[in-house]
Design a binder for this molecule. Structure first.
Ligand SMILES: [Zn+2]
Length: 78
């Protein structure tokens, strides 16, 4: 299990995301962003737009995805 924060994934707070893989934390971050924006948090709106934009622009999105996977791999286990 490893931990990344919302901020490390391009978000706006220090909310902690725990997962076995980078895909796990990315999925959790997606949910977190949606929850925060649904609750009226403006700071996360930009991050949510960026996250959605990544799937629409596979090339730049893939670069972010690879970087995130590399960052995740470099983290120590909890
Ligand atoms: Zn957050």
């Amino acid at each position: 299990m490893k931990t990344m924060t919302c901020r490390q994934l391009g978000g706006a707070c220090d909310f902690q995301l725990h997962g076995e893989t980078a895909d796990d934390v990315i999925k959790l971050q997606d949910t977190h962003l949606n929850d925060m924006v649904a609750g009226g948090d403006d700071a996360h709106e930009r991050a949510l737009k960026e996250m959605k934009g990544r799937w629409k622009h596979p090339v730049s999105g893939m670069k972010w995805y690879k970087n995130t996977k590399r960052e995740f791999a470099a983290l120590p286990e909890d």
